[in-house]
Design a protein around this ligand. Structure first.
Ligand code: SF4
Length: 466
């Protein structure tokens, strides 16, 4: 356990529940809320916890931010444009308040943990009523009470690396749920701000995770997505023989029909995990394995701790053990100093691996990271031209890789009506790829067996099987 790490005590959580009841009793408290979420699944799950806490304070969800008495922005600072977008939207709400003076505005999440941001909010964004960092999330009831009872704006940023347990959660879906297994990251990839704003790695107690999963299964959840910045290093610092592979095996034994996880770091992807996946009954055959670059020198500058060869070896091992596995990745284009030849190495790696999907990004400098100080910034037009070439390549290959599913049997967890037709539904198959089949609203949340019959505009089409 790191020096700064604390597990939030049961007493503290009870104290927060008391504050929630006190807020509920205030006659002038907001009656409705709206959460605006930016960024990754970790943030999406934090927003579910924020919603759960606000409902415990007696507020109801408003579908549109303009309709809510309390609007909270859960921000991301991984890329500069996400940050700019969040601040732009917060400022826009200032105008809404001219018509609705009782409107309360809050900002939370990674952006607030950035050095200097709390001061900036205090001085430059005076219309923000409440701002707090990721380590303060579980204290939302207390902060709301202070805001509503004292009438002064509240800004809190703690440096502690907390593990909050037992927060109320308002899940977005009833059939699928996020389960955070660890927080923070120790990897310090040179371009990434996450370790600075989310703190050092800390893992939840495996017993708490199993208990949560069993509770979800009992409540009818069919799929869980295990979350962490680097799930492969789960367990570091915990007593006993704990690892991600062992946790996954125990979760597989609970009988939850579908288990997914993200994100993984290639350097920590061990054979034990691959073996557990291969022998598991409910662990879905899909893997998100961010490569970031196909060039060894760029990988070194990124502080990724693997080479192109080692990455390709992991892909080979995964495919040998789990034939047909769905593979996805993240790639950064235009890292400082990236030459045309080094970018071509990324193109050739994508050509070699044949991913089912790739999330591609232009490098975004983040103050405080090592890469932000590196020379050789790639001009925007050049980076844009490279990313277009990469996207074109990925799209052309994707058509081909997806064809391997045509004629196979799949199972989808129906997420909703298809965007193309009201007589069809869609959901992700076991390999993480969306499949569309004939159906109606009553199928939402069920697992359907189907046979893939074709491919239309990068979507797999299927027919239902008994
Ligand atoms: S592994 Fe690297 S990219 Fe991922 S969160 Fe940690 S530092 Fe950031």
């Amino acid at each position: 356990m790191s020096r700064n790490e604390i597990i939030v005590s049961t007493e503290e959580m009870e104290r927060q529940q008391t504050f929630a009841e006190m807020v509920r009793a205030l006659p002038h408290r907001p009656k409705s809320y709206h959460v605006v979420t930016y960024g990754c699944q970790m943030n999406a799950h934090d927003s579910e916890k924020i919603a759960g806490m606000l409902e415990s304070m007696g507020m109801a969800s408003a579908p549109q931010r303009e309709e809510a008495d309390f609007v909270i922005f859960n921000t991301c600072c991984v890329r500069e444009n996400a940050e700019r977008r969040a601040l732009g939207n917060v400022t826009w709400l200032k105008e809404v308040r001219k018509q609705k003076p009782e409107l309360l505005i809050a900002v939370c999440g990674c952006m607030i943990q950035e050095p200097g941001m709390a001061d900036r909010i205090l001085k430059q964004y005076k219309f923000i009523d409440l701002a707090f960092g990721t380590a303060n999330l579980h204290k939302l009831p207390e902060m709301m009470y202070e805001l509503l009872n004292g009438g002064n704006r509240v800004v809190r940023v703690e440096e502690k690396d907390v593990i909050p347990e037992g927060l109320p959660v308002r899940r977005l879906r009833h059939d699928a749920a996020y389960v955070t297994i660890m927080y923070g990251c120790d990897n310090f990839c040179s371009y990434c701000i996450v370790p600075y704003v989310r703190g050092r790695e800390r893992s939840r107690d495996p017993e708490e995770i199993i208990r949560e999963a069993e509770g979800l299964l009992e409540s009818g959840v069919k799929e869980i997505m295990l979350l962490g910045q680097n799930v492969n290093s789960y367990g570091k610092g915990l007593p006993g023989d704990v690892s991600f592979a062992k946790l996954l095996k125990r979760l597989d034994d609970t009988g939850i029909p579908r288990i997914r996880f993200m994100t993984s770091h290639p350097k920590d992807l061990c054979d034990e995990l691959i073996d557990v996946m291969a022998s598991g009954k409910h662990i879905l055959p899909q893997f998100h394995l961010p490569v970031q670059s196909g060039n060894d020198e760029i990988l070194r500058l990124m502080n990724r701790h693997y080479t192109r060869g080692q990455y390709l070896d992991r892909v080979r091992k995964l495919r040998e053990a789990i034939p047909g596995i769905g593979l996805s990745t993240d790639i950064i284009v235009g890292f400082p100093g990236e030459t045309e030849a080094q970018f071509e190495d990324t193109m050739s790696l994508v050509d070699e691996v044949r991913y089912d999907s790739a999330f591609t990004f232009i490098y975004s400098a983040r103050t405080g990271t090592r890469a932000a100080e590196m020379p050789g910034r790639i001009p925007e037009e050049e980076a844009t031209e490279r990313i277009k070439r990469l996207i074109d390549l990925q799209e052309s290959l994707q058509q081909d890789t997806m064809k391997r599913f045509v004629g196979t049997e799949e199972e989808i967890l129906v997420e909703g009506l298809s965007r193309r037709s009201e007589q069809a539904v869609s959901g992700k198959g076991k390999h993480g790829i969306s499949i569309s089949v004939a159906g109606s609203e009553k199928d939402i949340g069920t697992i359907l067996k189907c046979r893939v019959t074709g491919l239309k505009n990068n979507t797999l089409m299927g027919v239902r099987e008994a």
